[in-house]
Design a protein. Structure first.
Length: 132
């Protein structure tokens, strides 16, 4: 995201951009006071929007999957297959700051769905660190 004003107002967010054989998934969920949690997502190729998203995390709090509810009521469950292929730190803010600071990274991941579809893409997550 780079140095962008809207990211500075978030407390936490995650996003994914995934490519499968016949469709793609693009989802973002973020928490921002005073608006609370918001989700926005689309599935080009399926012609659906995402109305709800739930993160699946491992014991280190890394994003390892998403359970998505589409506007037709169907659930699309996506999980990371194996270990991430790469992790890339994302710099949000001017740097060399005192707190609060926003920790953010991308992971390049192979993924699969509950129905066996295979894909590849990125998971991105970030959270505000405020302890001085």
């Amino acid at each position: 995201w780079g140095f962008r004003d809207e990211a500075r107002s978030w407390i936490e967010f995650y996003a994914c951009f995934l490519c499968f054989g016949n469709y793609d998934v693009a989802v973002m969920k973020y928490r921002s006071p005073p608006h609370g949690d918001r989700v926005d997502g689309h599935t080009p190729g399926l012609g659906r929007t995402v109305t709800s998203s739930r993160a699946i995390r491992d014991s280190a709090a890394d994003l390892r999957g998403l359970d998505l509810i589409l506007d037709d009521g169907q659930e699309l469950s996506v999980r990371v297959s194996g270990q991430p292929l790469a992790r890339i730190p994302i710099h949000v803010g001017a740097g060399d700051n005192s707190v609060p600071a926003f920790a953010c990274y991308d992971e390049v991941v192979a993924v699969h769905t509950a129905t066996g579809d295979l894909g590849i893409g990125t998971f991105q997550q970030g959270s505000l660190l405020g302890l001085a």
